[in-house]
Design a protein around this ligand. Structure first.
Ligand code: ADP
Ligand code: SF4
Ligand code: MG
Length: 330
């Protein structure tokens, strides 16, 4: 199990951005546990810190504060050898497969690197292993190896980067908005494939998306974490979150998706106030959603609500979620 404890990532700002404030906290004292075989969707609008969270878990960027552990042992990623070792535990499937593939190298050479770098194959076995991996993701092995990325379709490229991530046989896989750039017609196929391969290999799957419909599709038997400005504001089993959202932010997102809100019937419509990211004050310690929340009370500005369990495994970070629920249900 991977556990994040009070993990924070603060970026130092430069240039114009630094005039208003010197730092920006992209992920703020975040706690999360993630087991093998567990599917978690992380949902939130652009800029809420999803990719930063993914990069920290994958060891691609270091947290400013907080700790990460694997099966209770602290994970240290201070040097290259530790990061290489960690890459065999967690892999990321990037959002844009084209940008992550070198356009002037054939698939054979890009894929071989991963195998040889991690010493997962000898040179003699390399072709056989690469072909079998490509076939495993539904690509024709020999033919694909001799192609350049631009000779593959969008769906094939997505499968290729999934294959590359799987080549190191990780225990955990992070898919960062992995279908957001794809045609709707291709999406379902890739999502089904990701689910299948993760189940077959008992992988933990962290699926990052801004789309609740995709989150539902991926983690129907798993969990959803809703992120807002670097915080997880609501977390719990997918069906429970979708049918019974308790945080005003989650309610606003779900009530804006007719397909889910209609089907799940009574999600109260919540319209958040408008808001400028530039106005976020780094010294503020109240509820991160207060500036947009139609239900904010004076104490919301003073005290940050912690993520706590309300009913079975449903966690919410709002001082008034339970009280509002009782009023709505009366
Ligand atoms: N290297 C960086 N320097 C400064 N700010 C950054 C950097 N990377 C990300 N950010 C900021 O952190 C916030 C979260 O970014 P990101 O994790 O990419 O969000 P998401 O993936 O949810 O869209 C954004 O406001 C973004 O502008
Ligand atoms: S704590 Fe207050 S401001 Fe924050 S979401 Fe709840 S009601 Fe709104
Ligand atoms: Mg992102």
């Amino acid at each position: 199990m991977i556990e994040l404890k009070d993990v924070t990532k603060r970026f130092k700002l430069k240039g114009d951005a630094a005039r208003k404030r010197k730092t920006f906290t992209a992920v703020n004292e975040l706690n999360l546990s993630w087991r093998r075989g567990e599917f978690i969707s992380v949902v939130g609008e652009s800029g809420c810190g999803k990719s930063t969270l993914a990069k920290m878990i994958a060891g691609l960027t270091e947290p400013t504060e907080g700790t990460m552990s694997l099966n209770g042992e602290p994970v240290r990623l201070h040097n290259q050898a530790e990061r290489v070792k960690w890459a065999r535990t967690v892999q990321v499937v990037p959002q844009d497969p084209y940008a992550s593939l070198n356009p002037v190298r054939k698939v054979r050479s890009s894929l071989a690197d991963a195998f040889l770098y991690h010493k997962l194959s000898t040179r003699q076995d390399l072709n056989k292993k690469m072909e079998s991996l490509l076939e495993h993701v539904g690509l024709s092995g020999r033919e694909t190896l001799d192609k350049y990325p631009h000779q593959l379709s969008g769906g094939q490229r997505q499968r290729l980067v999934i294959a590359r991530a799987l080549s190191v046989d990780p225990d955990f896989l992070i898919a960062d908005e992995s279908v957001s750039m794809m045609d709707v017609s291709l999406r379902v196929g890739i999502l089904d494939y990701l689910k299948q391969v993760s189940r077959d290999r008992d992988l933990g799957l962290l699926f990052i998306t801004h789309d609740f419909r995709v989150a539902r599709y991926i983690s129907i038997t798993g969990k959803i974490a809703v992120m807002y400005l670097g915080h997880i504001v609501e977390y719990g089993p997918t069906e429970e979150i979708l049918t019974n959202p308790m945080h005003p932010y989650t309610q606003s997102l779900i009530s804006a998706v007719p397909l889910i809100a209609g089907r799940e019937r009574r999600v109260e419509e919540v319209v958040p106030k408008s808001f400028e990211l530039d106005n976020v004050d780094e010294t503020y310690h109240g509820c991160p959603f207060a500036a947009r929340c139609p239900f904010a009370q004076p104490d919301c500005l003073e005290e940050r609500p912690v993520l706590s369990e309300t009913v079975s495994q449903h966690h919410v970070a709002c001082h008034y979620a339970t009280a509002r629920k009782m009023i709505v249900n009366q």
